[in-house]
Design a protein around this ligand. Sequence first.
Ligand code: DSN
Length: 418
Amino acid sequence: MINRTLAQADPQMAEILGAELNRQQETLMLIPSENYASRAVMAAAGSVFTNKYAEGYPGNRYYNGCKFYDQMEQLCIDRAKKLFGADHANVQLHTGSQANMAAYHALIKPGDRILAMSVAQGGHLTHGAPVNFSGQMYQPHFYSVSRENGWLDYDEIAQIAREVKPRLIVAGASAYPRIIDFERFRAIADEVGAYVVSDIAHIAGLVAAKCHPDPIPFSDVVTTTTHKTLRGPRGALILCKSEYASAIDRAVFPGVQAGPLMHIIAAKAVALHEAEQVGFHEYQHQIISNAQALAQSLLEEGFDLITGGTDNHLMLVDLRNKNISGHEAADLCEQANMVVNFNLIPYDPRPPRETSGIRPGTPGITTRGMKEAEAALIGKLLARVINDAPTNPAVLDEVRAQVLELCHSFPIYADLEI
Ligand code: DSN
């Protein structure tokens, strides 16, 4: 159901919005970096907090009229600090990329060496990719996962750190299915005198619910988006030790951003409140159980998984034994109403627009209330499409019907007024 005000003011947009709502309702969203924000989060994001400039920080703004913006942003800051047990939080970041940009800007100088995981191995563009500011403003060096088993090899990372002597080490990934040992990263960084920036964008919800070891004690700065496992609005925040608080705040504003998106900060505050409620831990725990059930189902169907399984919310499926690229597989799955994203696997022989992998994840299906049985069934449906649809396209209709049945049994945004 679409809000009548929008439908009357802009029928063309209302029609597109209605189609997107329907797509979300009738699709299994298996992208590990996406989720469904609650109606309360969306209510805050679509509120009158969108109407005001509030450059600066609570109590110290460059615009008048910010009394309630101060209260709201301070509430968000306090909730972020409490949820993650951090000394300081900056909640103004528009995106994870800007969070990483601000973290580097606060700690190191252009030209300094950074050590991170490359995109090709499971890292992020902002972890030193040559096409990104991080690879252009800083001297990037990279650690890898093991060619043999896909796991991070911390002895090797330590060896690279001794050789490279980076000023800053990034711990964190966008496509790594195992626990990240932040304590070990701290030890490696201490040995060479480097800062640790932990990018927990993917696992923030797991960390908040204590379903993943805590990076906070071992990191100088922690960056995260707010819309993945954390299930808030699209946006980001930074957590840090008190000694870096003013450097981080200056790096965010006026360093890399000007006017903060105050409506999104309000929505972040709501999501952080939701993360404090009974049920959030259970949700995060279920995300992992569902991922493990999905992984097991895919293994039973003859798929190879990088590292052989998962400890978190995602898995990396190696399609090299399937004679299909990740992109082709993802396109076929989409035709059966299952959205996965194609993804490079470590040491991928195919280019990034093709890839040899897909990266399914379970935050979305878990928000819909699905459990292990449904996750296992989804593994069978993915397998049916990827194994059979290339030679027998009729499979797509059959699987789509099963997907729709699942979507209707586990509805999302039923009766939503956008
Ligand atoms: N693009 C995000 C992801 O999908 O992992 C990371 O920023």
